[in-house]
Write a protein that binds this ligand. Structure first.
Ligand code: NAD
Ligand code: IPM
Ligand code: MN
Length: 345
């Protein structure tokens, strides 16, 4: 029996996970669920945002489904020593699982173009996969400190770290339009120069069938709004990917609809890309779509059940034609949207 560890987390996490788990159980009733703690709630209960029991469970499962972690800007969690904060729990989880490639697909569902803040003719063309490097760069580089009146972080990458995530992007492009845009800041940063060289070498030696372009991150931020239809697969380092994916995420209408898959050599990690939304947590109105679509990615990438994944995606699209949470301009609750998806399965 496949085993999925569920980490509801903080804020809206438990609310959206509930709907997503119902969808998972409807299409894959044989999956065994194991609920564990992660984030601020985990710290409050155990003294660690990534407790040993959670580590043990995720290292021995087929896939992990995560809600969200973190508190509001004024949460006491934000004053804890950094390794004890909710977000550190998430980073430790990603590191433990070795999930170095974060896939964030951005697609505007046919018929739902009017939900986009962009003009419908622009929104209609959007179908981009952002491949974000997830275990390197400033997030994990040990060269960091606050020293008296100054502070620093370092964006370090080794050739092998760039190579392995670029491979994921090229492989993904082979199943799509065969175009990869590598995003960097090589006009200023040495680390980007290395990044660019490794990606180009890999393309030339092993992926001659892929069209590769290099663009600067500031320019891509602008072009993702101006002409988002020009991109197929984007591959970029951790921090640039974090920022560009929130930007791209609103193109389908709301941060609440974006799923993600984080892949490495072991179990995959599946989570919506948004945060714990403290401003609406507890109100029952969070959009569960990103988490439900993350379940579809889990079925496809970790359990080899593409057919069930497709069913979920179709049911989500049909549900959103009629039932919308407030972030999409509607009045539905989390539960009502979840039920509409279930009804469409
Ligand atoms: P956020 O993504 O939580 O919220 C930004 C805005 O989008 C808010 O107005 C929120 O209400 C809205 N929103 C987000 N998801 C939504 C959904 N599913 N339905 C409806 N509206 C939604 O970003 P933030 O406010 O910058 O961060 C809040 C906390 O979440 C912080 O502690 C941050 O560190 C954490 N965070 C966690 C994750 C994660 O767990 N993967 C990701 C990002 C941020
Ligand atoms: C995300 C989040 C996380 C990140 C935070 C909460 C650590 O913003 O998943 O995009 O920066 O990776
Ligand atoms: Mn982010």
């Amino acid at each position: 029996m496949p085993k999925v560890v569920v980490l509801p987390g903080d804020g809206i996490g438990p609310e959206i996970c509930k709907s997503a788990v119902q969808v998972l159980q409807a299409v894959a009733p044989d999956v065994e669920l194991d609920y564990q703690l992660l984030g601020g709630g985990a710290y409050d209960q155990t003294g660690s945002p990534f407790p040993d029991a959670t580590r043990e469970a995720v290292m021995n499962c087929d896939a992990v489904l995560l809600g969200t972690v973190g508190g509001a800007q004024n949460s006491p969690w934000n004053s804890l020593p950094r390794p004890l904060r909710p977000e550190s729990g998430l980073l430790q989880l990603r590191q433990a699982l070795g999930v170095y490639a974060n896939l964030r697909p951005v697609k505007v569902m046919p018929g739902l173009e009017s939900l986009s803040p962009l003009r419908e003719d622009l929104a209609r063309q959007v179908d981009v996969l952002i491949v974000r490097e997830l275990l390197g760069g400033a997030y994990f580089d040990p060269r960091r400190a606050i020293e008296g009146e100054s502070a620093y972080n370092t964006i370090g990458y080794s050739k092998s770290e760039v190579d392995r995530v670029a491979r994921v992007a090229f492989d993904a492009a082979r199943a799509r339009k065969k175009e990869v845009t590598s995003v960097d800041k090589a006009n200023v940063l040495e680390v980007s120069e290395l990044w660019r060289g490794v990606v180009q070498n890999l393309r030339d030696s092993e992926y001659p069938d892929i069209l590769l372009e290099h663009e600067y991150v500031d320019s891509v931020a602008m072009l993702l709004v101006k002409t988002p239809g020009r991109y197929d697969v984007i591959v970029t380092e951790n921090l640039f990917g974090d920022i560009l994916s929130d930007l791209a995420a609103v193109i389908p209408g709301s941060l609440g609809v974006m799923p993600s898959a984080s892949l490495g050599d072991g179990p995959g990690l599946y989570e919506p890309i948004h945060g714990s939304a403290p401003d609406i947590a507890g109100n029952g109105i969070a959009n569960p779509t990103g988490t439900i679509l993350s379940v579809a990615m889990l079925l496809r990438y970790s359990l080899g059940r593409g057919e069930e994944a497709g069913l979920i995606e179709a049911a989500v699209q049909a549900a959103l034609e009629k039932v919308r949470t407030p972030d999409l301009g509607g009045q539905a609750t989390t539960q009502e949207l979840g039920q509409a998806v279930l009804a469409g399965l």
